[in-house]
Design a binder for this molecule. Structure first.
Ligand SMILES: Nc1ncnc2c1ncn2[C@@H]1O[C@H](COP(=O)(O)OP(=O)(O)OP(=O)(O)O)[C@@H](O)[C@H]1O
Ligand SMILES: [Mg+2]
Length: 175
């Protein structure tokens, strides 16, 4: 697990760029967190960093939005908040959003837990202050390490040390 503090929307953008650089399709990324914690903001910034131009709207009403990245890769953004378990889940075209070349982001993944494969990257966002959010990332050890290194290089504060990743001097605790 990597635990970080995204101290401002600008830091969330930098964190998004780190993730965009490391994510390779096919991958499923779920984003959990209370209302307004920044799930859509984070995905929007990742999509932009992947080359999506124009408006990236929240798919909270449409459930899913699809884009193409810089190399033509399929990028899908789902929000399952309004999907109810049962018929909605059974009839939803999951396969359209989980292709071999697809990078898929899912906000509020709980409703789809029986239909979705295990996530490659699981993110949780937490409210801290009006401008600050906590982020927790669960992924394979090598990916977590790379995210921690990338975040440290961007000056993003790690809440817990990650083995082998030195803290940036700016926030290393005094000894
Ligand atoms: N550090 C931060 N990172 C991300 N968003 C932030 C931050 N600080 C403030 N915000 C603000 O918090 C809001 C997050 O809204 P957003 O729609 O992204 O949340 P959400 O988690 O997708 O909500 P919902 O559950 O309704 O889908 C935005 O208005 C954003 O500007
Ligand atoms: Mg949202």
């Amino acid at each position: 697990m990597v635990a970080l503090t995204l101290g401002s929307p600008a830091q969330t953008r930098r964190f998004a760029r780190v993730l965009a650089r490391l994510l390779r399709s096919p991958a499923l990324v779920t984003i959990e967190g209370d209302l307004g914690t920044g799930k859509t903001t984070l995905v929007r910034e990742i999509l932009r960093a992947c080359g999506v131009r124009g408006v990236v709207t929240s798919p909270s009403f449409t459930v899913a939005q699809s884009y193409r990245g810089r190399q033509g890769e399929a990028l899908h953004h789902l929000d399952l908040y309004r999907l109810s378990r049962g018929a909605d889940v059974d009839f939803f075209a999951w396969d359209d959003y989980l292709g071999e070349d697809a990078l898929t982001f899912v906000e509020w993944p709980a409703a789809g837990s029986e239909a979705l494969p295990a996530a490659d990257v699981r993110l949780e966002l937490l409210h801290r202050t009006t401008r600050s959010r906590g982020a927790r990332l669960h992924a394979a050890a090598a990916f977590e390490r790379a995210v921690a290194e990338g975040a440290a290089a961007e000056g993003i504060r790690m809440d817990e040390p990650v083995a082998g990743v030195p803290a940036p001097a700016a926030w290393r605790s005094p000894t």
